[in-house]
Write a protein that binds this ligand. Structure first.
Ligand code: FAD
Length: 459
C-alpha cells in the first residue's frame, strides 16, 4: 500500500515536498488555510487582481513564477484542500475545518510546513489602532495593494524591517523613518556568517540603497519607547531613544513593528514532537534531524516552521523531508540520490540564518525595562505589571502557570504574539534563565473555529 502522506502548508516548503512525492508516484494531500497556494512570500493576489509578477515579487519574481507553475502542474496529481485549517492533530490523523464543515484525515506520514510569523516585542502604546506587525503591513500591500497609513514608521529589527520599508517606498508610500534596534557593529560582526549566501547579502544591501535614495532616515541602535495616540484617533507618533540617550519624536499615523520571525510550532506540539531550547535563537524549537524527521515517527517538519532559514531553504527542506518520508517507508525513489546535496545546501542556509540572528538580535533586554502599564498580551489586555505581580506574588515562574494566573497567552493568538516577550518578562522578574521559564504548550484549536460546525465532510 502506498503511504498516505499529508502536507500542511502550500508555501515553498509544502509545494516542493508535494512535488517530490508526486514525482515518485504518490498522491499526497496538501492542506492550506489560505485561499491560494504560494505561502507567505509568494502569496498569490486574489482572483481578479492583475498586478504583474515584477510588481508583486520584485527580485523574487522568477522564483514565485516557478513555484506557482510547479503547483499548478501538480494539481491533478494531488488532493488540494485550500481554505482548510488544520486545528488539531491526534493519533495519526489531522483534524480540519473549512467554513462550517469539519473532517478527520488519517495519515501514514505528515509533513508540517506551517511557516513562521512575526516575532514581536511589546512597546508602550502598541495597542493603538494603526499599529501593525511588519508581516501584517506587507500582507496589506501584497494582497490588497494598500498601505497601512499615509505616514508610516517602521520599527524593530531583522531583514523584514528593511524589506517591508523598501517595498512601501517602491509602492509610493511615505515612510517617515526606519528605527532599527540593532547596531552597525552587530552587522559587521555577523559578516563572515552572512557571506555563506552572498546573493542574499547583496539583496539586503540593495534594500538599504532603496531607502537611502528615497531619503528615508534610518536610525540604528534605537530603543523604541512609546507609540503615541488615542482611542479616538489611533496612532499619532512614536518616541524612541537614540544610542547616546537623545530622544526623538516622529509624527505618523501608522507603525509597523517586528523582530524577525518565529516558527509556527503549535501543530508540531499537538503532534507530540519533542522540543529543545535553542540558546542561539532564544526560542523553543521542535527537535529535528538534518532531514526534518521529528521525534515522532512519521512526522516531519520543513520550511520556516521548523527553522527560520528563508524561502530558498524552505524549498530544499520541503523536498528533503518528503524524500526522507519515502525513504522511511522503504520506497527506493530516484530523488533519494539528491538528499546528500540538499543537506549540504541547507547547512549553508543554516549558517546564513545564524548570521542574521547575530546581525539583528532579539532585544531581550527591552522586556525587563517595559513600563508596568505596557500591555503585553493584546488579546486579553494584560500589562507587564500584572504579569510581574503574578510572578512575584504567586511564585509562578513557568510560562503555563503564569498564563493560568495572568491570562497572558490565553487569547485568540494563543501566545503567538506575546509568548516570547511574556517569557522574557517572567525570566527577568523571577531572575531565572529564559530556558527555565519553558514555553506555552500548543492547545487545540490552534486558531479560532466557528461555534457551529454543521456538516462532516466525507473524506
Ligand atoms: C509575514 C511574513 C512576511 C515575509 N515576507 C518575506 C519576503 O517578502 N521575502 C522573503 O524573502 N521572505 C519573507 N518571509 C519569509 C518567507 O515567507 C519564508 O521564508 C517562506 O515563505 C517559508 O516558506 P514555508 O513554506 O516554510 O512557509 P510559508 O510560506 O509561510 O507557508 C506556510 C503555509 O502554511 C499554511 N498554514 C500554516 N498553519 C496552517 C494550519 N494550521 N492549517 C492550514 N494551513 C496552515 C499557511 O497558510 C501558509 O500558506 C516572510 C515571512 C513572514 C512570516
Amino acid at each position: 500500500m502506498a503511504p498516505r502522506v499529508i502536507i500542511i502548508g502550500a508555501g515553498p516548503a509544502g509545494v516542493r515536498a508535494a512535488q517530490a512525492l508526486v514525482e515518485a508516484g504518490l498522491r499526497p494531500t496538501v492542506i492550506d488555510e489560505g485561499r491560494r497556494d504560494g505561502g507567505q512570500i509568494y502569496r498569490r493576489q486574489p482572483e481578479g487582481f492583475s498586478r504583474s509578477y515584477d510588481t508583486l515579487y520584485g527580485t523574487e519574481a522568477e522564483r514565485a513564477a516557478s513555484l506557482h507553475e510547479s503547483f499548478d502542474a501538480l494539481k491533478t496529481s494531488l488532493d488540494y484542500l485550500p481554505e482548510t485549517l488544520v486545528w488539531n492533530i491526534s493519533a495519526n490523523a489531522v483534524h480540519t475545518v473549512s467554513g462550517t464543515r469539519y473532517g478527520t484525515l488519517p495519515f501514514d506520514a505528515l509533513i508540517i510546513c506551517s511557516g513562521a510569523t512575526d516575532r514581536l516585542m511589546p512597546v508602550k502604546g502598541w495597542h493603538q489602532a494603526g499599529t501593525f506587525s511588519l508581516g501584517g503591513a506587507q500582507v496589506a500591500l501584497k494582497s490588497q495593494g494598500c498601505a497601512i497609513g499615509s505616514r508610516i514608521v517602521m520599527m524593530g529589527s531583522g531583514p523584514l524591517l528593511y524589506l517591508v520599508s523598501a517595498q512601501y517606498v517602491k509602492a509610493g508610500a511615505q515612510v517617515a523613518a526606519v528605527l532599527d534596534t540593532s547596531t552597525f557593529m552587530q552587522r559587521m560582526a555577523a559578516l563572515p556568517r552572512l557571506l555563506a549566501i552572498p546573493a542574499a547579502l547583496k539583496k539586503g544591501l540593495a534594500l538599504t540603497r532603496v531607502l537611502a535614495k528615497a531619503r528615508v532616515p534610518v536610525y540604528r541602535g534605537v530603543q523604541p519607547l512609546e507609540i503615541k495616540g488615542s482611542p479616538q484617533t489611533g496612532v499619532s507618533g512614536v518616541t524612541a531613544a537614540l544610542p547616546g540617550g537623545k530622544r526623538i519624536e516622529l509624527a505618523c499615523d501608522a507603525v509597523a513593528l517586528g523582530y524577525h520571525l518565529r516558527p509556527e510550532t503549535q501543530l508540531a506540539d499537538l503532534a507530540g514532537c519533542r522540543f529543545i531550547f535553542d540558546g542561539d535563537a532564544q526560542q523553543w524549537l521542535a527537535q529535528i534531524d538534518n532531514d526534518g524527521r521529528s521525534s515522532v515517527k512519521g512526522v516531519y517538519l520543513a520550511g520556516d516552521g521548523a527553522r527560520v532559514r528563508g524561502a530558498d531553504a524552505a524549498e530544499r527542506s520541503g523536498r528533503l523531508a518528503a524524500l526522507a518520508a519515502m525513504h522511511d517507508h522503504g520506497m527506493q525513489t530516484a530523488g533519494i540520490k539528491d538528499m546528500e546535496g540538499l543537506r549540504a545546501e541547507l547547512a549553508r542556509f543554516t549558517r546564513f540564518a545564524a548570521g542574521l540572528r547575530e546581525a539583528f538580535p532579539w532585544p531581550a533586554k527591552f522586556a525587563a525595562s517595559l513600563a508596568d502599564e505596557t500591555i503585553v498580551c493584546r488579546c486579553e489586555a494584560i500589562t507587564a505589571g500584572e504579569l510581574r505581580r503574578v510572578v512575584c506574588e504567586t511564585g509562578a515562574q513557568e510560562a503555563n502557570r503564569a498564563k493560568a494566573f495572568s491570562r497572558v497567552g490565553m487569547g485568540r493568538c494563543q501566545g503567538r504574539y506575546c509568548g516570547h516577550a511574556g517569557a522574557e518578562i517572567i525570566a527577568a522578574a523571577a531572575c531565572v534563565p529564559l530556558s527555565s521559564v519553558g514555553r506555552l504548550r500548543g492547545q487545540a484549536p490552534v486558531k479560532p473555529l466557528p461555534v457551529a460546525l454543521t456538516e462532516e465532510v466525507a473524506q
